[in-house]
Write a protein that binds this ligand. Structure first.
Ligand SMILES: NC(=O)c1ccc[n+]([C@@H]2O[C@H](COP(=O)([O-])OP(=O)(O)OC[C@H]3O[C@@H](n4cnc5c(N)ncnc54)[C@H](OP(=O)(O)O)[C@@H]3O)[C@@H](O)[C@H]2O)c1
Length: 429
């Protein structure tokens, strides 16, 4: 059989590693496939840029047509990133009857279903395992190995940058700004970190996980999102005393006829495995009715781990080509489960209030919360400041409705004896 030709779009952090693996391990990979897998052309913006691995210059091109119009290219790997031109590149590749492998969470979260339909029309495959948690295989197990289960909950740490920052804040008592600067110095955070620290990256990944896990379209705009920028190291200490770690969690859960889909900082019980996931590591916890609780853990970013998954997807497609049959790509979204408005979510809450150190304050707080049907499970008074005559009060609630809690917070902040509600963090059990 003829060689299976591969075109690569992008030779950055991930593309360089993928190209290196395809060239360096060509013989072994071809043996696994049963046909030779050959990297034909690589699209870049700047062919003169230094690359981390030695690379045959003659393979580089700045003209996408060299890949899309080449009849000997069977598989296109998209590693350009961002929504455009990556989306157009993938549409062009599929329309030219080429299989596509991508690590692009933004394009898949926003357009995955339409792209997969287009791929099915053209009888080509579209694989995107690396778009969620890069090196950790989680989308395939969710679609294949867990197919017999009804999934009840997906709870995940899917962003290594924010998990690194939160770990530094918890373990070294660093303020957010210092922990972010350290992440940037180490290359874990971009100069503009908004996508990570505002929870946008995690939101795309949750939209993909939830769609596949619950067989229903979950759009990025359906997912509630709150980032980590206003967290204070104080709350990590108090949370720890109460038996919790603070993590940026991506949560999707079936509640009756509706779905919760939310990304926000959450108090996570110290005896839950997610609480022990530190640094740049990721973990996805999935609860299925047959299998119970599973945790997928590993490196969720970086050229090496992402290339592991991208090349595996390429090999799967290449094997199907070599065997002469393509598995039609699937995203079985055959259910329609509405995503709950955030105001209707029921969960427990952690509050920290800065209050006047005067008698009667706790009674006032209790009255306001009670009037909004928010019931208190624990109150702890922390840190008196005799000079300012203020105290910090930490409150844990029983499960309460988000709308009631937000109304209670607004009323508490208007009370003369309350300086401010300094922290409001949801608790995930
Ligand atoms: N980095 C990770 O750890 C990681 C993990 C999981 C998933 N991903 C995903 O993998 C994808 C690639 O990420 P990355 O970190 O490798 O990105 P990157 O380092 O920024 O590399 C992007 C590459 O695309 C090329 N490129 C960008 N725009 C182009 C255009 N208009 N025309 C031609 N070439 C263009 C660039 O060319 P030049 O080199 O010439 O500038 C560069 O080689 C993204 O979707 C990302 O979300 C990344």
């Amino acid at each position: 059989m003829r060689d299976i030709g591969v075109g690569l779009l992008g030779l950055g952090v991930v593309g360089s590693e993928v190209a290196h693996v395809l060239l360096d391990r060509a013989e072994r990979l071809s043996e696994q496939v049963g046909a030779s897998v050959a990297l034909r052309r690589v699209l870049v913006r700047d062919p003169n840029k230094p690359r981390p691995h030695p690379f045959p210059q003659e393979l580089l091109t700045t003209n996408p047509d060299d890949i899309f119009d080449d009849p000997s290219t069977d598989i296109v790997i998209e590693l350009v990133g961002g929504e455009q031109p990556a989306l157009d590149f993938m549409r062009r590749a599929i329309s030219a009857n080429k299989h596509v492998v991508t690590a692009n969470k933004e394009v898949i979260a926003k357009n995955g279903y339409r792209l997969l339909s287009l791929a099915a029309q053209h009888s080509v495959d579209l694989r995107y395992e690396a778009s969620v948690c890069s090196g950790i295989p989680v989308l395939s197990p969710l679609q294949q190995d867990l197919a017999a289960n009804e999934i009840s909950t997906i709870r995940a740490i899917v962003n290594g940058t924010t998990n690194f920052i939160l770990t530094k804040m918890a373990k070294e008592d660093l303020p957010y700004e210092d922990a972010l600067r350290l992440a940037q110095e180490l290359g874990y955070a971009e100069p503009d970190p908004a996508n990570d620290v505002e929870g946008i990256d995690a939101l795309y990944k949750l939209a993909i996980l939830a769609s596949l896990g619950f067989h229903t379209p979950v759009r990025p705009s359906d997912v509630y999102r709150e980032g980590i920028t206003s967290l204070d190291p104080k709350d990590f200490t108090y949370a720890h005393e109460l038996g919790y770690a603070v993590k940026l969690l991506a949560i999707a859960r079936q509640r009756g006829d509706a779905l919760e889909a939310r990304v926000h900082p959450a108090l996570t019980p110290l005896d839950n495995q997610l609480a022990t996931v530190d640094g740049v590591f990721n973990a996805v916890q999935i609860e299925g009715d047959l299998v119970g609780t599973l945790v997928f853990y590993g490196r969720g970013a970086g050229g090496g781990p992402t290339s592991s998954t991208v090349v595996a997807d390429v090999l799967t497609v290449a094997r199907h080509i070599a065997m002469g049959g393509i598995i039609r790509p699937r995203m079985e979204l055959n259910r329609r489960i509405p995503v709950m408005p955030m105001a209707d979510i029921m969960t427990r809450y952690y509050f920290r209030l800065s209050v006047a150190d005067q008698p009667g304050v706790l009674a006032q707080i209790g009255r306001v919360l009670g009037e909004h049907e928010v019931s208190i499970s624990a109150v702890i008074q922390k840190e008196l400041d005799p000079e300012a005559q203020t105290a910090q009060v930490v409150i844990l609630t029983h499960p309460s409705r988000e709308h009631s809690v937000q109304s209670a917070v607004a009323e508490l902040e208007a009370l003369p004896l309350i300086n401010r509600v300094s922290a409001l963090i949801r608790v995930e059990h």
